[in-house]
Design a protein around this ligand. Sequence first.
Ligand code: SF4
Length: 414
Amino acid sequence: MAEEKKRLIKKIQATSQMKKIMADYFYELDRASKEGSPPVAWCTSVGPGELLLSLGFLVYYPENHGAMLGTTRMANNYIPVANAIGYSPDICSYLTSDVGAFIKKETPLSLAYEGINEVPKPDVLVYNTNQCRDVQDWFSWYARELKVPTLGISTYRCIGNVSDYNLESITKQIKDLIPHLETISGNKFDIDKFREVLTRSYECTQLWKKVLETNMAVPAPMSFFDGTIQMGPAVVLRGTETAIEYYTLLLKELEEKVKNTEGAVDGEKFRLYWEGMPIWGKLRNLSEFFIELKTAVVASTYCNSWIFEAFDPEYPFMSLARAYTELFIVRDENFKEKYIEEMVHKYKLDGILFHDAKTCPNNSNNRYGMPERLQKRLNIPTLTINGDLNDLRCFSEEQAKTNIEAFVEQLEVV
Ligand code: SF4
Protein backbone atom coordinates (compact mmCIF):
# COMPACT_ATOMS: atom_id res chain seq x y z
CA MET A 1 0.00 0.00 0.00
CA ALA A 2 2.82 2.38 0.95
CA GLU A 3 4.50 1.61 -2.38
CA GLU A 4 1.28 2.30 -4.23
CA LYS A 5 0.85 5.64 -2.43
CA LYS A 6 4.42 6.64 -3.11
CA ARG A 7 3.74 6.60 -6.80
CA LEU A 8 0.78 8.99 -6.51
CA ILE A 9 3.05 12.02 -6.33
CA LYS A 10 4.60 12.55 -9.73
CA LYS A 11 8.30 13.14 -9.89
CA ILE A 12 9.65 16.45 -11.08
CA GLN A 13 12.92 15.53 -12.77
CA ALA A 14 14.60 18.88 -12.10
CA THR A 15 14.41 18.18 -8.36
CA SER A 16 17.63 16.14 -8.43
CA GLN A 17 19.43 19.24 -9.75
CA MET A 18 17.83 21.32 -7.00
CA LYS A 19 19.12 18.92 -4.36
CA LYS A 20 22.61 19.34 -5.76
CA ILE A 21 22.56 23.14 -5.77
CA MET A 22 21.09 23.26 -2.28
CA ALA A 23 23.87 20.92 -1.09
CA ASP A 24 26.50 23.16 -2.74
CA TYR A 25 24.92 26.17 -1.01
CA PHE A 26 25.08 24.61 2.45
CA TYR A 27 28.61 23.23 1.96
CA GLU A 28 29.83 26.67 0.87
CA LEU A 29 28.30 28.21 4.00
CA ASP A 30 29.81 25.49 6.18
CA ARG A 31 33.28 26.05 4.69
CA ALA A 32 33.01 29.82 5.22
CA SER A 33 31.88 29.26 8.78
CA LYS A 34 34.81 26.93 9.55
CA GLU A 35 37.43 29.06 7.78
CA GLY A 36 36.07 32.43 8.95
CA SER A 37 35.82 33.79 5.40
CA PRO A 38 33.93 34.99 3.41
CA PRO A 39 31.70 36.61 6.04
CA VAL A 40 28.31 35.04 6.75
CA ALA A 41 25.11 37.04 7.29
CA TRP A 42 21.88 35.58 8.59
CA CYS A 43 18.90 37.24 6.97
CA THR A 44 15.12 37.00 7.21
CA SER A 45 13.54 35.41 4.15
CA VAL A 46 12.21 38.67 2.76
CA GLY A 47 15.01 40.81 4.10
CA PRO A 48 17.70 42.71 2.23
CA GLY A 49 19.53 39.61 0.93
CA GLU A 50 20.53 41.41 -2.26
CA LEU A 51 22.37 44.11 -0.34
CA LEU A 52 24.21 41.50 1.72
CA LEU A 53 25.27 39.52 -1.36
CA SER A 54 26.57 42.68 -3.02
CA LEU A 55 28.76 43.32 0.03
CA GLY A 56 30.38 39.89 -0.26
CA PHE A 57 28.43 38.05 2.46
CA LEU A 58 27.23 34.49 2.08
CA VAL A 59 23.62 34.61 3.19
CA TYR A 60 21.95 32.03 5.41
CA TYR A 61 18.18 32.11 6.06
CA PRO A 62 17.04 30.74 9.45
CA GLU A 63 13.45 30.42 8.21
CA ASN A 64 14.68 27.92 5.65
CA HIS A 65 16.25 26.01 8.53
CA GLY A 66 12.93 26.28 10.38
CA ALA A 67 11.17 24.71 7.40
CA MET A 68 13.74 21.89 7.39
CA LEU A 69 13.00 21.26 11.06
CA GLY A 70 9.34 21.06 10.06
CA THR A 71 9.67 18.77 7.03
CA THR A 72 11.94 16.36 8.95
CA ARG A 73 9.42 16.44 11.83
CA MET A 74 12.25 17.24 14.21
CA ALA A 75 10.62 20.51 15.30
CA ASN A 76 8.56 18.99 18.10
CA ASN A 77 11.74 17.69 19.77
CA TYR A 78 12.97 21.25 20.16
CA ILE A 79 9.94 23.50 20.71
CA PRO A 80 9.73 22.51 24.42
CA VAL A 81 13.42 23.40 24.85
CA ALA A 82 12.71 27.00 23.81
CA ASN A 83 9.51 27.00 25.90
CA ALA A 84 11.64 26.08 28.92
CA ILE A 85 13.70 29.28 28.56
CA GLY A 86 10.58 31.41 28.37
CA TYR A 87 9.63 31.46 24.69
CA SER A 88 5.91 30.72 24.61
CA PRO A 89 4.42 27.76 22.70
CA ASP A 90 2.07 30.36 21.15
CA ILE A 91 4.79 32.29 19.29
CA CYS A 92 6.34 31.38 15.95
CA SER A 93 7.23 27.69 15.89
CA TYR A 94 10.06 28.38 13.45
CA LEU A 95 11.58 30.50 16.19
CA THR A 96 11.00 28.02 19.00
CA SER A 97 12.10 24.94 17.04
CA ASP A 98 15.17 26.70 15.65
CA VAL A 99 16.29 28.12 19.01
CA GLY A 100 15.57 24.79 20.73
CA ALA A 101 17.63 22.90 18.13
CA PHE A 102 20.50 25.36 18.60
CA ILE A 103 20.45 24.88 22.36
CA LYS A 104 20.51 21.11 21.85
CA LYS A 105 23.35 21.55 19.31
CA GLU A 106 21.42 19.62 16.65
CA THR A 107 20.39 20.41 13.09
CA PRO A 108 18.71 18.59 10.20
CA LEU A 109 21.63 19.82 8.08
CA SER A 110 23.84 17.14 9.66
CA LEU A 111 21.38 14.44 8.54
CA ALA A 112 21.19 15.76 4.99
CA TYR A 113 24.83 16.72 4.43
CA GLU A 114 27.71 14.61 5.66
CA GLY A 115 30.33 16.62 7.49
CA ILE A 116 28.04 19.54 8.41
CA ASN A 117 27.56 19.45 12.16
CA GLU A 118 26.09 22.83 12.91
CA VAL A 119 24.45 25.84 11.33
CA PRO A 120 26.94 28.40 9.93
CA LYS A 121 28.24 30.93 12.44
CA PRO A 122 27.01 34.44 11.65
CA ASP A 123 29.10 37.59 11.48
CA VAL A 124 25.92 39.66 11.47
CA LEU A 125 22.17 39.13 11.80
CA VAL A 126 19.93 41.24 9.56
CA TYR A 127 16.14 41.21 9.85
CA ASN A 128 13.18 42.97 8.30
CA THR A 129 9.97 43.14 10.33
CA ASN A 130 7.86 43.28 7.15
CA GLN A 131 6.55 39.81 7.94
CA CYS A 132 6.29 39.93 11.75
CA ARG A 133 7.92 40.99 15.00
CA ASP A 134 8.95 37.42 15.79
CA VAL A 135 11.93 37.62 13.45
CA GLN A 136 13.35 40.52 15.46
CA ASP A 137 13.00 38.56 18.72
CA TRP A 138 14.40 35.46 17.04
CA PHE A 139 17.52 37.26 15.80
CA SER A 140 17.88 39.14 19.08
CA TRP A 141 18.14 35.83 20.92
CA TYR A 142 21.05 34.81 18.70
CA ALA A 143 22.62 38.25 19.03
CA ARG A 144 22.73 37.83 22.81
CA GLU A 145 23.76 34.19 22.67
CA LEU A 146 26.50 34.55 20.06
CA LYS A 147 27.51 38.15 20.81
CA VAL A 148 27.01 39.07 17.17
CA PRO A 149 25.68 42.43 15.95
CA THR A 150 22.08 42.55 14.82
CA LEU A 151 20.75 45.13 12.38
CA GLY A 152 17.22 45.59 11.22
CA ILE A 153 14.64 47.32 9.10
CA SER A 154 11.34 48.22 10.75
CA THR A 155 8.57 48.07 8.22
CA TYR A 156 5.03 49.41 8.20
CA ARG A 157 2.33 46.76 8.52
CA CYS A 158 -1.29 46.42 7.40
CA ILE A 159 -0.90 49.07 4.73
CA GLY A 160 -3.21 49.69 1.79
CA ASN A 161 -1.37 51.63 -0.88
CA VAL A 162 2.40 51.78 -0.50
CA SER A 163 3.02 55.49 -0.07
CA ASP A 164 6.06 57.65 -0.79
CA TYR A 165 6.71 58.14 2.90
CA ASN A 166 6.66 54.36 3.43
CA LEU A 167 9.28 53.96 0.72
CA GLU A 168 11.41 56.91 1.79
CA SER A 169 11.63 55.56 5.31
CA ILE A 170 12.54 52.02 4.24
CA THR A 171 15.04 53.29 1.67
CA LYS A 172 16.74 55.37 4.35
CA GLN A 173 16.87 52.39 6.69
CA ILE A 174 18.43 50.20 3.97
CA LYS A 175 21.07 52.85 3.24
CA ASP A 176 21.82 53.22 6.94
CA LEU A 177 22.80 49.55 7.09
CA ILE A 178 25.68 50.03 4.67
CA PRO A 179 28.40 51.58 6.90
CA HIS A 180 27.85 48.86 9.52
CA LEU A 181 27.91 46.10 6.92
CA GLU A 182 31.08 47.55 5.36
CA THR A 183 32.82 47.43 8.73
CA ILE A 184 31.68 43.87 9.45
CA SER A 185 32.47 42.50 5.98
CA GLY A 186 35.64 44.54 5.39
CA ASN A 187 34.28 45.24 1.90
CA LYS A 188 33.39 48.59 0.38
CA PHE A 189 29.85 48.98 -0.94
CA ASP A 190 29.78 49.03 -4.74
CA ILE A 191 26.57 50.27 -6.36
CA ASP A 192 27.32 48.41 -9.60
CA LYS A 193 27.61 45.10 -7.78
CA PHE A 194 24.34 45.87 -6.00
CA ARG A 195 22.70 46.52 -9.37
CA GLU A 196 24.07 43.26 -10.76
CA VAL A 197 22.66 41.26 -7.85
CA LEU A 198 19.29 42.97 -8.20
CA THR A 199 19.24 42.22 -11.92
CA ARG A 200 19.84 38.54 -11.20
CA SER A 201 17.25 38.53 -8.41
CA TYR A 202 14.74 40.08 -10.77
CA GLU A 203 15.45 37.44 -13.39
CA CYS A 204 15.07 34.70 -10.78
CA THR A 205 11.79 36.14 -9.59
CA GLN A 206 10.39 36.40 -13.11
CA LEU A 207 11.29 32.78 -13.81
CA TRP A 208 9.75 31.67 -10.52
CA LYS A 209 6.59 33.55 -11.44
CA LYS A 210 6.46 31.78 -14.81
CA VAL A 211 7.00 28.44 -13.04
CA LEU A 212 4.01 29.12 -10.79
CA GLU A 213 1.91 30.37 -13.69
CA THR A 214 2.27 27.10 -15.56
CA ASN A 215 -0.43 26.03 -13.09
CA MET A 216 -2.91 28.25 -14.91
CA ALA A 217 -3.12 25.31 -17.29
CA VAL A 218 -5.80 22.66 -16.77
CA PRO A 219 -4.66 20.18 -15.56
CA ALA A 220 -2.01 21.91 -13.45
CA PRO A 221 1.47 20.40 -13.84
CA MET A 222 2.61 21.01 -10.26
CA SER A 223 0.90 21.07 -6.86
CA PHE A 224 1.22 23.64 -4.08
CA PHE A 225 3.04 20.93 -2.13
CA ASP A 226 5.63 20.56 -4.93
CA GLY A 227 5.88 24.35 -5.04
CA THR A 228 6.87 24.63 -1.37
CA ILE A 229 9.90 22.45 -2.13
CA GLN A 230 10.68 23.99 -5.52
CA MET A 231 10.80 27.50 -4.04
CA GLY A 232 14.00 26.72 -2.08
CA PRO A 233 16.37 28.37 -4.59
CA ALA A 234 14.12 31.46 -4.87
CA VAL A 235 14.42 31.87 -1.10
CA VAL A 236 18.11 31.19 -0.52
CA LEU A 237 19.80 31.62 -3.90
CA ARG A 238 18.02 34.54 -5.53
CA GLY A 239 20.58 37.02 -6.77
CA THR A 240 22.78 34.22 -8.16
CA GLU A 241 23.16 32.68 -11.63
CA THR A 242 22.57 29.28 -10.04
CA ALA A 243 18.95 30.12 -9.22
CA ILE A 244 18.36 31.48 -12.73
CA GLU A 245 19.74 28.31 -14.30
CA TYR A 246 17.63 26.15 -12.02
CA TYR A 247 14.33 27.86 -12.77
CA THR A 248 15.09 27.85 -16.50
CA LEU A 249 15.42 24.07 -16.25
CA LEU A 250 12.31 23.62 -14.12
CA LEU A 251 10.22 25.89 -16.32
CA LYS A 252 11.16 23.89 -19.40
CA GLU A 253 10.05 20.66 -17.74
CA LEU A 254 6.74 22.12 -16.55
CA GLU A 255 5.98 23.67 -19.94
CA GLU A 256 6.53 20.26 -21.46
CA LYS A 257 4.06 18.78 -18.99
CA VAL A 258 1.52 21.46 -19.94
CA LYS A 259 2.05 20.68 -23.62
CA ASN A 260 1.41 17.01 -22.89
CA THR A 261 -1.58 17.81 -20.59
CA GLU A 262 0.21 15.94 -17.84
CA GLY A 263 -1.28 17.08 -14.54
CA ALA A 264 0.13 16.58 -11.06
CA VAL A 265 -3.27 15.09 -10.19
CA ASP A 266 -4.58 12.43 -12.54
CA GLY A 267 -8.19 13.13 -13.49
CA GLU A 268 -8.08 16.64 -11.93
CA LYS A 269 -11.66 17.57 -11.02
CA PHE A 270 -11.31 20.54 -8.68
CA ARG A 271 -8.80 23.36 -8.22
CA LEU A 272 -8.10 25.02 -4.89
CA TYR A 273 -6.13 27.94 -3.47
CA TRP A 274 -4.02 27.43 -0.32
CA GLU A 275 -3.98 30.55 1.83
CA GLY A 276 -1.48 30.52 4.69
CA MET A 277 1.59 28.64 5.78
CA PRO A 278 2.35 25.07 4.69
CA ILE A 279 2.09 22.33 7.32
CA TRP A 280 5.68 21.27 6.77
CA GLY A 281 5.57 17.91 8.53
CA LYS A 282 2.51 16.80 6.55
CA LEU A 283 3.31 17.86 3.00
CA ARG A 284 3.47 14.33 1.64
CA ASN A 285 0.36 13.10 3.48
CA LEU A 286 -1.73 16.05 2.35
CA SER A 287 -0.38 15.93 -1.18
CA GLU A 288 -1.38 12.27 -1.48
CA PHE A 289 -4.74 12.91 0.11
CA PHE A 290 -5.64 15.64 -2.38
CA ILE A 291 -4.51 13.42 -5.25
CA GLU A 292 -6.87 10.71 -4.01
CA LEU A 293 -9.66 13.30 -3.98
CA LYS A 294 -8.74 14.29 -7.57
CA THR A 295 -8.33 17.81 -6.29
CA ALA A 296 -5.39 19.97 -7.28
CA VAL A 297 -4.11 22.69 -4.98
CA VAL A 298 -2.81 24.90 -7.76
CA ALA A 299 -1.95 28.31 -6.28
CA SER A 300 -1.02 29.87 -2.96
CA THR A 301 -0.10 33.12 -1.34
CA TYR A 302 2.90 31.42 0.23
CA CYS A 303 4.67 30.39 -2.98
CA ASN A 304 3.78 33.72 -4.60
CA SER A 305 5.52 35.57 -1.79
CA TRP A 306 8.89 35.18 -3.52
CA ILE A 307 7.77 37.06 -6.63
CA PHE A 308 9.33 40.51 -6.32
CA GLU A 309 8.03 42.49 -9.29
CA ALA A 310 9.50 45.80 -8.18
CA PHE A 311 13.25 45.03 -8.38
CA ASP A 312 14.77 47.57 -10.72
CA PRO A 313 18.56 48.07 -11.03
CA GLU A 314 17.94 51.65 -12.26
CA TYR A 315 16.57 52.51 -8.81
CA PRO A 316 18.22 49.90 -6.62
CA PHE A 317 17.40 51.21 -3.13
CA MET A 318 13.90 52.44 -3.80
CA SER A 319 12.98 49.32 -5.74
CA LEU A 320 14.33 47.02 -3.00
CA ALA A 321 12.29 49.01 -0.48
CA ARG A 322 9.20 48.72 -2.67
CA ALA A 323 9.63 45.00 -3.38
CA TYR A 324 9.89 44.19 0.32
CA THR A 325 7.04 46.49 1.32
CA GLU A 326 4.39 45.67 -1.27
CA LEU A 327 4.30 42.02 -0.17
CA PHE A 328 0.94 40.43 0.59
CA ILE A 329 1.81 39.90 4.27
CA VAL A 330 2.48 43.61 4.77
CA ARG A 331 -0.87 44.71 3.36
CA ASP A 332 -4.37 45.42 4.68
CA GLU A 333 -7.45 43.22 4.34
CA ASN A 334 -8.79 45.07 1.29
CA PHE A 335 -5.60 44.53 -0.64
CA LYS A 336 -5.44 40.86 0.39
CA GLU A 337 -9.03 40.17 -0.64
CA LYS A 338 -8.52 41.80 -4.01
CA TYR A 339 -5.34 39.82 -4.51
CA ILE A 340 -7.05 36.50 -3.74
CA GLU A 341 -9.94 37.45 -6.00
CA GLU A 342 -7.50 37.90 -8.87
CA MET A 343 -6.00 34.50 -8.11
CA VAL A 344 -9.46 32.90 -8.15
CA HIS A 345 -10.03 34.12 -11.71
CA LYS A 346 -6.48 33.65 -12.95
CA TYR A 347 -6.23 30.02 -11.80
CA LYS A 348 -9.89 29.08 -12.40
CA LEU A 349 -10.38 28.03 -8.80
CA ASP A 350 -13.29 26.10 -7.32
CA GLY A 351 -12.55 26.85 -3.67
CA ILE A 352 -10.21 28.47 -1.17
CA LEU A 353 -8.61 26.68 1.74
CA PHE A 354 -7.41 28.79 4.67
CA HIS A 355 -4.81 27.35 7.00
CA ASP A 356 -5.10 28.87 10.47
CA ALA A 357 -1.54 28.31 11.73
CA LYS A 358 -1.68 28.44 15.51
CA THR A 359 1.73 30.07 15.99
CA CYS A 360 1.68 32.40 12.99
CA PRO A 361 -1.15 34.93 13.14
CA ASN A 362 0.74 36.96 10.53
CA ASN A 363 0.17 34.34 7.87
CA SER A 364 -3.31 33.24 9.00
CA ASN A 365 -5.83 35.38 7.19
CA ASN A 366 -9.00 33.66 8.32
CA ARG A 367 -9.20 35.39 11.70
CA TYR A 368 -10.99 38.62 10.79
CA GLY A 369 -13.82 37.35 8.61
CA MET A 370 -12.01 37.14 5.28
CA PRO A 371 -13.22 33.64 4.29
CA GLU A 372 -16.83 34.63 4.95
CA ARG A 373 -16.50 37.89 3.00
CA LEU A 374 -14.84 36.20 0.02
CA GLN A 375 -17.34 33.37 0.03
CA LYS A 376 -20.19 35.84 -0.15
CA ARG A 377 -18.68 38.24 -2.65
CA LEU A 378 -17.14 35.71 -5.04
CA ASN A 379 -19.71 33.00 -4.49
CA ILE A 380 -16.91 30.52 -3.88
CA PRO A 381 -16.73 27.95 -1.07
CA THR A 382 -14.03 28.37 1.57
CA LEU A 383 -12.74 26.05 4.25
CA THR A 384 -10.55 26.78 7.26
CA ILE A 385 -8.37 24.05 8.70
CA ASN A 386 -6.52 24.41 12.00
CA GLY A 387 -2.90 23.47 12.20
CA ASP A 388 0.56 24.92 12.36
CA LEU A 389 3.67 25.32 10.26
CA ASN A 390 5.92 23.28 12.58
CA ASP A 391 4.12 22.38 15.78
CA LEU A 392 2.28 19.20 14.87
CA ARG A 393 0.59 19.12 18.28
CA CYS A 394 -1.70 21.80 16.85
CA PHE A 395 -2.75 19.69 13.87
CA SER A 396 -5.22 16.82 13.85
CA GLU A 397 -4.68 15.05 10.55
CA GLU A 398 -7.83 13.01 10.97
CA GLN A 399 -9.97 16.07 11.63
CA ALA A 400 -8.41 18.02 8.75
CA LYS A 401 -8.92 15.16 6.31
CA THR A 402 -12.57 14.74 7.37
CA ASN A 403 -13.16 18.44 6.80
CA ILE A 404 -11.35 18.50 3.46
CA GLU A 405 -13.25 15.45 2.26
CA ALA A 406 -16.59 17.04 3.19
CA PHE A 407 -15.49 20.26 1.47
CA VAL A 408 -14.66 18.44 -1.76
CA GLU A 409 -17.98 16.60 -1.62
CA GLN A 410 -19.62 20.00 -1.33
CA LEU A 411 -17.78 21.11 -4.49
CA GLU A 412 -19.34 18.19 -6.32
CA VAL A 413 -22.79 19.69 -5.82
CA VAL A 414 -21.96 23.37 -6.32
S1 SF4 B 1 5.73 35.19 9.47
FE1 SF4 B 1 4.99 33.58 10.82
S2 SF4 B 1 6.20 31.78 10.33
FE2 SF4 B 1 7.25 33.55 9.47
S3 SF4 B 1 8.74 34.13 11.02
FE3 SF4 B 1 6.89 35.36 11.37
S4 SF4 B 1 5.65 34.23 12.85
FE4 SF4 B 1 7.22 32.84 12.02
